[in-house]
Design a protein. Structure first.
Length: 157
């Protein structure tokens, strides 16, 4: 798996999820043990249901642990203050409408467009990365090409 980027809040969220899954695993292991004690497990629906749920919990735990192991904290990423990069808050002007838009470039785990946080892997971010404050960027979006002027860049952490 490739290295991803995550904020401290995103890392804390993953750690909390892993802890909750560990607790769920304990409960399911206990349920499996109880179901086993009831005798023949080949036709024991409780046993099979608990085993399926345990499998899902283990898959989710492994996924969260892998993300955490491969994640680089965004605050550890260093770059020029006037260049668009992950961990930056970017204010843009849409050249077609003159509207101003502000985005924060984050890792996919922290992405939340409703809060103005877009994944560094999104088409918008990909079109802006490496551009400097004052430059224009032509970005290919699903709706077509758009031109944005980069008005301001600042670290968001």
């Amino acid at each position: 798996m490739t290295e991803g980027y995550i904020t401290r809040a995103g890392r804390d969220k993953l750690l909390k999820e892993i802890e909750e899954l560990r607790e769920r695993k304990k409960v399911l292991s206990f349920e499996i043990g109880e179901a086993r004690e009831k005798g023949d497990i080949s036709e024991n629906a409780e046993y099979h249901s608990a085993k399926e749920r345990l499998g899902e919990v283990l898959r989710r735990m492994a996924n969260a642990q892998t993300k955490l192991a491969n994640a680089k904290l965004i605050e550890e990423v260093k770059g020029a203050a006037d260049t668009v990069a992950i961990g930056m808050k970017v204010t843009l002007q849409d050249k077609a409408t003159n509207d101003e838009i502000t985005y924060t470039l984050v890792g996919s785990e922290d992405s939340d467009p409703t809060e103005g946080k877009i994944s560094v892997y999104s088409p918008m971010a990909q079109g802006l990365l490496g551009k400097k404050q004052g430059e224009e960027a032509e970005v290919t979006l699903p709706a077509g090409k758009r031109v944005f002027k980069i008005l301001k860049t600042e670290p968001f952490l």
